[in-house]
Ligand binder design. Structure first.
Ligand code: FUB
Ligand code: ZN
Length: 668
């Protein structure tokens, strides 16, 4: 009897979650609807392996790191379950929340993984235990100075952490149908609404994230108050005129807070395990640049120097900017406020053409972890992993808003060349910064003092199915060629797609339609910008109209078992920087299909990879090497003086010990 009632409850919970889900796909101003996670599967192929690794290796490994870096203990100590003191910076909770988001996705896909479910459960209970009666949650402030909460929005990260908690809860609710974490998040969001807004505290967060999280919560609850609050946070930014004073006050507050924190920690310091620290902020390769103080004191670093709708290019801290633009575009998708989309598109045009690396990476100035000037793209790039992930999120919103293939193209490029390189083939070592050249000092690390990137990769990989397909009145859309399946069921005609892909090494893709009865829905296939001469065939007949950088629309009656075959030729292309990028003059980068390649010294004994010169008319050949670096296609060629040269996919570099590496190769 008891089992029965649990089953009924579970079905009800799933039904409730799915009802909320269908709402999440239908942002009224989106041209493209979003599928729920349960509609899409990633199986087999390149990404199937990575998802398996995420589940079996990455999440358990990251859990041990969160254990040893005090992320969990901060909650246990605050809840009175353990002796000790809070360790780590004010934003440490966010790393745990990102893990929780990733773990929730995987728990939804693997409901029989009891260990994972119990960990998700444990974290949920811990958060519930420390949540204050009015809904506030932040272990740092609650431990050291609850009376000072919400008083230092500029430098501290309470709203950022809150956003990540809300996102984790939305993921958990969607993926598992459970409600406990979701209720905690709603209570927190309600508390935030009670504190911030017109006639209340007019502050906005120094680190954006809450905006997109509130829109996500709105999509899942239908409660307009969350959307209104997100829109308010977006539109209020950049309207504050006394930035230098605010920053000085904030820095003074930080130093007086540090005294309180140090005093409380002192008795524990000898025994305390290592924890994340603000030292993680001290940036590898940082050199003082006279523009830095101006960036902080004008508010530019925080994207708080002018209203969003007046911005024309990304400035300041790159992760903050990306999350901000994502949130602003999200608000457009729900409200249709055209000025938000116009600004987002204008910022995109300038930022992508002038301030983005060939990999899709963003952020050139280490001291601000952010954007430099136009065409200022030194190859000792900062390119923080989280910035690339934020860009991926932003581009998804723009894709949904416009149905323009250029956004899906950039998502593909960013995924393979700016995000994937940040996780080692073993799944347990990570890059925070992603340089485009290395003299051998750069190594992925098992964890970081500021560990924002590793669990961010986990949550993106855990929810990758979100970004592969869409549905619209026009038909079903295939954005990314990743093996698996998708069920389209919200329109009148139900149809399933099964997709087999050789990406990222082969452009052969097979799409099979599974349907109970014939359907006439159009199939919209992205022909990547790099795929000149793409061929699309149905039953041996060529489909005309495939054009690189756009969607090919195929309208016909589909029967069960119909197959579409794509041949997206992966030619090797020698890419050039815009001439304004001084450091890349006289150089080329190698690209094949979606992948950017690099030279690593391991494959090129006797060659200095930074000095090697190739001919602009060099003949390079792809060669499959199943036993190398988990199975890759390398590019083989010769230097101008006749030495053999091998290039590997950039994502696979730095997996064989310290190495010299170069993306931009001298060319004549
Ligand atoms: O501030 C929290 C995180 O630390 C940011 O997102 C990263 O860029 C790093 O600054
Ligand atoms: Zn990061």
């Amino acid at each position: 009897m008891q089992r029965m009632s649990y089953a009924v409850l579970a079905i009800f919970a799933l039904f409730a979650a799915n009802a909320a889900l269908s709402m999440s796909g239908q942002s009224p101003h989106a041209q493209l609807g979003q599928l729920s996670l349960s509609q899409v599967e990633i199986t087999g192929g390149f990404w199937g392996e990575r998802r398996e690794q995420l589940w079996k290796t990455v999440l358990p490994y990251q859990w041990t790191q969160l254990e040893s870096h005090h992320d969990l203990d901060n909650f246990r100590v605050l809840a009175g379950l353990k002796q000790g003191v809070h360790m780590g910076p004010v934003y440490l909770d966010s790393d745990l929340y990102k893990w929780l988001e990733a773990a929730s996705y995987m728990s939804g896909k693997h409901p029989r993984d009891d260990l994972l479910a119990s960990r998700v459960d444990e974290v949920t209970k811990l958060i519930g235990k420390v949540q204050m009666p009015d809904g506030y949650v932040n272990t740092y402030y609650e431990t050291f100075a609850p009376e000072r909460r919400w008083t230092n929005l500029v430098m501290n990260h309470e709203l950022y952490c809150s956003g990540h908690l809300i996102e984790a809860a939305c993921a958990n609710h969607e993926a598992t149908g459970k409600d406990d974490l979701f209720q905690i998040a709603e209570k927190l969001a309600d508390h935030i609404i009670s504190v911030f807004g017109p006639g209340k505290n007019l502050g906005v967060p120094g680190h954006e994230e809450i905006e997109l999280a509130l829109v996500r919560l709105y999509r899942q609850t239908g409660e307009k108050k969350y959307l209104d609050e997100a829109a308010w946070f977006i539109n209020e930014r950049g309207r504050y005129t006394k930035y230098p004073q605010a920053l000085i006050k904030s820095l003074q507050d930080q130093s007086s807070m540090a005294k309180i924190v140090n005093e409380k920690r002192a008795p524990w310091m000898k025994t305390a395990p290592k924890a994340g620290s603000a030292a993680g902020y001290i940036i590898g390769g940082a050199v003082f640049d006279p523009r830095i103080p101006g960036s902080f004191f004008s508010g530019k670093y925080f994207q708080d120097d002018q209203p969003f709708v007046e911005m024309t290019v990304a400035e300041g801290h790159a992760v903050r900017a990306m999350y901000f633009f994502t949130g602003a575009t999200d608000v457009y998708l729900e409200t249709g406020d055209a000025k938000l989309l116009q600004a987002s598109e204008k910022i995109w045009d300038n930022t992508i053409t002038k301030r983005t690396y060939i990999t899709g990476g963003m952020g050139a100035l280490p001291m601000i972890e952010g954007f430099a000037g136009d065409y200022e793209l030194p190859n000792r790039s900062y390119a923080e992993t989280c910035a690339a992930i934020g860009s991926f999120f932003w581009n998804w919103r723009l894709l949904r808003a416009t149905a323009d293939a250029k956004y899906a193209d950039l998502m593909e490029k960013t995924l393979y060349n700016a995000i994937l390189p940040a996780i080692a083939l073993d799944g347990v070592n990570y890059f925070y910064q992603n340089p485009l050249t290395s003299s051998g000092r750069d190594r992925r690390q098992p964890w970081y003092g500021t560990a924002c990137c590793p669990p961010n990769i986990a949550r993106l990989f855990g929810s990758l199915e979100r970004y592969l397909y869409s549905e619209s009145d026009e038909g079903v859309w295939v954005h990314q060629y990743i093996s698996g399946s998708a069920e389209f069921k919200s329109k009148k005609e139900k149809v399933k797609i099964e997709l087999e892909s050789g990406f990222p090494f082969s452009g052969e893709v097979k799409i099979r339609l599974v349907t109970e009865k014939p359907v006439t829905t159009a199939l919209m296939l992205r022909i990547p910008a790099w795929a000149a001469n793409a061929e699309v065939m149905i039953a041996g007949q060529k489909v005309e109209g495939a054009k690189a950088g756009s969607y090919l629309k195929i309208s016909r009656e589909w029967k069960n078992g119909d197959e579409v075959r794509l041949n997206l030729p992966m030619e090797i292309v020698l890419m050039e920087s815009p001439p304004q990028v001084k450091n890349n003059r006289g150089k080329v980068a190698l690209m094949r299909g979606p992948l950017i390649y690099c030279l690593e010294d391991k494959d090129n004994p006797g060659i200095n990879v930074h000095r090697a010169v190739i001919s602009r008319s060099a003949k390079l050949e792809p060669e499959s090497r199943p036993a190398l670096l988990g199975g890759v296609t390398v590019l083989k060629g010769k230097t101008i003086d006749g030495k053999d040269l091998i290039a590997i996919p950039y994502y696979a570099w730095s997996n064989r010990g310290p190495s010299q590496m170069e993306i931009w190769i001298k060319a004549k």
